[in-house]
Design a protein around this ligand. Structure first.
Ligand code: PLP
Length: 380
């Protein structure tokens, strides 16, 4: 198998799994308990919180563990909406956000909030000037993702965060695809709230974080026990939390090397596809893109047909975000970049990790070339 769908999920790293395992059946304590057996659990969570905080320049007290990126996005947006409803009911976001953000905003629209969905340019970039122009006296939150999950475009969030702060507005960023992959500094980048997820950086599924800047008031999301300082109830998922912490630590230690490796593979794949397959296009920004992201469109073929043929060779890829595959609707992200429905339906996302090799990339490029040729000849 050649796995090129790392934006959908990643393999749990061996060292991450190793640290997680004892928490299932040896140290299986409920860390909220008062006996000594639970103390180790409390310590493990504290260590993980410190590790999760460190790679974004946050302090441990600013990190809350959640069940994943979706919950973190829901919590950030719904909680600001509730907490600041007296100040205003207007939210600004972009048209290319993940559905965890878009559907949360749509939910709030049904409850009396107004949302501005900003356009993007052909590279999928949000123009900070358009953010400025959308601000109203009743704007309470700006939410723009750090990097897009489909086309990999890295957004100018430092500028957007500054605009938010200059206008006394909170800034949230969905960093699920960026956390652990590219450098993030919550202070320098003017971030008040940040969502991330364990399974996108070599950690387990079902665990994520919400970073909440000190001083930002949020209301609790899950009601019940006193876990996560009363903000997010539910028995702590220690194996998951330990795994996310370890994955964050490893990502921090090897980020520069991994970025360099992924960029080399990415640029080789892009160069080969664009130069060897006629009628192929790169989607997303040429340079301001995640090191591991490639996304192409091909004249005259269906992305789904390409996927099926790649799959028959053991190559895992995606023709849109994993969360929308299964439906044949063209990607809302590609449509927002101004692409036609037909071209959007021909898209193929290949996302790399530090574990992929040059040989794999060359094999995929060779096979893709013949697959596209074959499909065009067959009129599919
Ligand atoms: N936000 C982005 C940008 C994502 O790519 C994803 C997952 O694909 C999510 C949010 C949801 O994260 P999770 O799978 O942890 O709920």
């Amino acid at each position: 198998m050649i796995y090129l769908d790392n934006a959908a999920t990643t393999r749990v790293k061996n060292d991450v799994l190793k640290e997680m395992l004892p928490w299932f059946s040896e140290d299986y304590c409920n860390p909220s308990a008062v006996y000594t057996f639970a103390d180790k659990g409390k310590e493990a969570i504290a260590t993980a919180r410190g590790r999760a905080a460190k790679i974004i320049g946050a302090s441990p007290a600013e990190i809350y563990f959640t069940s994943g990126g979706t919950e973190a996005d829901n919590w950030a947006i719904k909680s600001v909406a509730e907490t600041l409803a007296v100040k205003g009911k207007h939210i600004i976001t972009s048209k290319i956000e993940h559905h965890a953000v878009l559907h949360t905003c749509e939910y709030l629209e049904k409850h009396g909030y107004e949302v501005t969905y900003l356009d993007v340019d052909k590279y999928g970039t949000v123009n900070p000037e358009s953010v400025k122009a959308a601000i109203r006296p009743d704007t309470i939150l700006i939410s723009v993702m750090t990097a897009n999950n489909e086309i990999g475009t890295v957004e100018p969030i430092t500028e957007i965060g500054k605009i938010a702060h200059d206008n006394g507005i909170l800034f949230h960023t969905d960093a699920v695809q960026a956390y652990g992959h590219i450098p993030i500094d919550v202070t320098k980048m003017n971030i008040d709230l940040l969502s991330a997820s364990g399974h996108k950086l070599g950690g387990p599924k079902g665990v994520g974080i919400l970073y909440v800047k000190k001083g930002v008031r949020l209301c609790p999301f899950m009601h019940g026990g006193a876990q996560e300082r009363g903000m997010r109830a539910g028995t702590s998922n220690i194996p998951g939390i330990v795994g996310l912490g370890k994955a964050a630590q490893l990502a921090g230690e090897s980020m520069t090397a991994h970025m360099e490796h992924e960029r080399t593979l990415r640029d080789r794949l892009i160069k080969r596809v664009l130069s060897e397959i006629p009628g192929s296009y790169l989607n997303g920004h040429e340079t301001q893109r995640l090191p591991g992201n490639t996304n192409f469109s091909f004249d005259g073929v269906e992305g789904e047909s390409v996927l099926v043929l790649l799959d028959s060779l053991g190559i895992c890829a995606s023709s849109g975000s994993a969360c929308t595959s299964g439906s044949l609707d063209p990607s809302h992200v590609l449509l927002a970049t101004g692409m036609s429905e037909t071209l959007a339906r021909s898209s193929l996302r290949l996302t790399l990790s530090d574990e992929n090799t040059i040989e794999e990339i060359d094999f995929v490029a060779d096979e893709l070339k013949s697959i596209i040729k074959k499909l065009r000849e067959a009129g599919r």
